[in-house]
Design a protein around this ligand. Structure first.
Ligand SMILES: Nc1ncnc2c1ncn2[C@@H]1O[C@H](COP(=O)(O)OP(=O)(O)OP(=O)(O)O)[C@@H](O)[C@H]1O
Length: 628
């Protein structure tokens, strides 16, 4: 069956970028004084116009090599990486290359076409009109055979379609270098072949395409222009796939007839026929040589001096900019609005979740309102109002925080991919995320507040209602920020555990000492109380709702009401010195601190600076000491 993609569209030609690496070594710290060697002085050359596959058994170091070459990992790596014969400038190289990671994570609630349009708007700037962008998108979608799936939601795509969409998204600004980590994993044979043929077609436009592959079929093995086979962090073969048979024969290893040579060399790498590691590594000079069945004298060695003298990264970038002015990145403002619209679209399209949240706000509002019904003006129930305000604060703590803890760890994987591939600046994403959730919180929050406010018979004064609303909303956005702060650093399971657990001290400190007077609280606890935003919220609500009010009426059936005078109640609670604007200022400051902290930690997780690395190192050291 012919599975070659035959389309009339061809991608624009790309600048040539040859990648070469020498003595690449990569270690990871393990235990106290131990280092694990993952790449062992490997060498190699990956050329433009070629599709190169990195092969090897599981754990051979394929992804590690790919990560280092793409610049995704670079700490703890030593050796030399040359781009067109000149030392790589990582910052510039990142502008030239794109990395398609193994996970098929897609922005949910968008169709293929919409996902492409968002990517085009972010990557192609404003130099192209909407019509031109549409044409580019349609051409790429046609090339990747998406004509019939362009209106399908990304989450409903098949495994192969998701892989192709990941490639399509990165092809929009025509990068000269594409790295792909296991693009065929999880695909059936036909989809694998289609994917590899497509990559070959893309490479033929002058691009350097490097992918890691698990076990290709014999047919696929011959499609690659070059295969680079790894075993235990070293190179055991580099050359054209089918020539591996003669390479092994030259090293006294005969591939049985009708046996897939790719399977055979991988079995050898797994030492199924004995240990040939050193012999094969020496035969290919750990990647310094390129095998060819031609006589030895005609084989190429991969010296830097022999590589084609192309331009360096800066020259390529300038050349590309001149040839493709549409590739200039869009402004921060545009990035912000594109991302904001994407977030709102996704939020509004997730109808079942939106409905669930709406029902939840109404239901909880109704339950809380019913539990505290009519107590706002009842002199015998003054203390119950305290409970009502606290319940409301807890509601606005948990409701915005829990979805964030659940969603953000997954969202982080998407941000990592998009940010690494230079779709947008992190600050634009952060600003869009900050703004995106506010309207929905304001609307849903008001559903709860209107219900409880009316049912509990709180004073119908605009000023009090507005302040009640503002404090609840501030509590909500602080809790959301706190959730983001946690979720930006932890996995889903850990975040779901840590979020509620870390909230407990905030709750305890919020009510600590009420009724016994501020002075009786120990100094250390007083100090800790400054950090509980819930305390400021609770104080603010109590002050707003209970000061400057007339005496409450004591119902006839009740013999004695202790707190009809609310000033006495405030005094008994130890809250007579509360200053509302101070509470609100503290809430705003905490919000800024939590949001700022979230941004800083997210930035550090994506690209850690030295301080952060040192903290991580100390953490690892402590962990290893505890584990001993
Ligand atoms: N941070 C790390 N700490 C400890 N070991 C690591 C670390 N990163 C990678 N390794 C180890 O390095 C080796 C190579 O990993 P790598 O992911 O590059 O292999 P791979 O060839 O891509 O494997 P697979 O095909 O299974 O994905 C593995 O043994 C892995 O366990």
């Amino acid at each position: 069956m012919n599975v070659t993609c035959s389309t009339k569209y061809e991608l624009p030609k790309s600048s040539w970028v040859d990648i070469e690496f020498h003595d690449l070594t990569y270690t990871v710290p393990q235990g106290k004084n131990n280092n694990k060697l993952i790449l062992r002085s490997v060498n190699g050359q990956f050329k433009s116009n070629e599709l190169t596959a990195i092969l090897g058994p599981s754990g051979a170091g394929k992804s590690t090599l790919l990560n280092i070459l793409a610049g995704y990992k670079f700490r703890n790596a030593t050796g030399e990486i040359l781009i067109n014969g000149k030392p790589r400038d990582l910052k510039l190289f990142r502008e030239l290359s794109r990395y398609i990671m193994q996970e098929d994570l897609m922005q949910p609630m968008l169709t293929v076409y919409e996902a492409m349009m968002v990517a085009a708007n972010l990557k192609l700037g404003t130099a192209l009109s909407k019509k031109q962008k549409q044409t580019s998108i349609m051409e790429i979608l046609e090339l990747l055979r998406f004509q019939n799936a362009k209106n399908t939601l990304t989450t409903q795509l098949s495994g192969g379609e998701k892989k192709r969409l990941s490639i399509a998204l990165e092809l929009l600004n025509n990068p000269p270098v594409l790295f792909l980590d296991e693009p065929t994993t999880g695909l059936d044979d036909l989809s694998c072949m289609q994917c590899v043929n497509l990559l070959k077609q893309i490479a033929q436009g002058g691009r350097t395409i490097i992918c890691s592959i698990h076990t290709p079929s014999a047919k696929m093995f011959s499609v690659f222009d070059k295969v680079y086979i790894m075993s235990m962090g070293q190179c055991i073969y580099q050359g054209y796939g089918p020539e591996v048979i003669s390479y092994l024969r030259a090293n006294n290893l005969e591939c049985p007839q009708n046996f897939n040579p790719a399977d055979f060399i991988i079995e050898i790498a797994c030492q199924e026929y004995g240990n040939f590691q050193d012999r094969l590594v020496a035969a290919i000079d750990n990647g310094k040589s390129l095998y060819s069945s031609k006589p030895k004298s005609e084989q190429k060695t991969l010296d830097a001096s022999e590589s084609t003298p192309h331009n360096n990264e800066l020259q390529i970038l300038e050349q590309d900019k001149a040839a493709q002015p549409q590739n200039t990145r869009t402004t921060w403002r545009n990035q912000f609005s594109i991302l904001l619209i994407r977030m709102w679209k996704q939020m509004l399209r997730d109808k079942s979740y939106l409905l669930l949240r709406t029902i939840l706000h109404i239901l909880i509002g109704f339950i809380v309102g019913t539990l505290y019904i009519g107590m706002g003006k009842d002199g015998s129930k003054t203390i119950f109002n305290f409970g009502f305000y606290f319940t409301s604060i807890i509601f606005f703590m948990y409701i915005p925080m829990m979805p964030v803890l659940l969603q953000f760890p997954k969202e982080y994987q998407l941000i990592k991919r998009e940010h690494f591939n230079k779709w947008y600046r992190l600050s634009a994403y952060f600003a869009a995320l900050t703004v995106s959730t506010i309207p929905i919180q304001l609307i849903l929050g008001s559903l709860y507040i209107i219900l409880v406010y009316v049912l509990t018979d709180q004073p119908m004064e605009i000023g009090r209602l507005a302040t009640f609303y503002a404090i609840c909303m501030l509590t909500g956005i602080i809790s959301e920020s706190f959730g983001l702060l946690i979720a930006s650093q932890l996995s889903l399971v850990n975040a779901m555990f840590m979020g509620p657990v870390l909230s407990v001290p905030f709750m305890l400190l919020a009510v600590y000492g009420f009724g016994s007077g501020y002075e009786s609280i120990p100094k250390l606890i007083k100090f800790a109380m400054y950090f509980s935003y819930l305390r400021y919220s609770l104080e603010g609500l109590i002050y707003t709702m209970l000061t400057n009010r007339e005496k409450l009426e004591c119902p006839e059936e009740v013999e004695f009401c202790i707190w009809t005078d609310l000033d006495y109640f405030m005094k008994d609670m130890g809250m007579e010195n509360t200053i509302l604007w101070l509470d609100i200022t503290a809430l705003i400051v905490i919000y800024i601190l939590f949001r700022g902290g979230f941004y800083y930690l997210l930035k550090q997780r994506l690209a850690p600076n030295k301080t952060f690395l040192a903290i991580k190192y100390i953490g690892r050291l402590i962990k290893s000491q505890i584990a001993r």
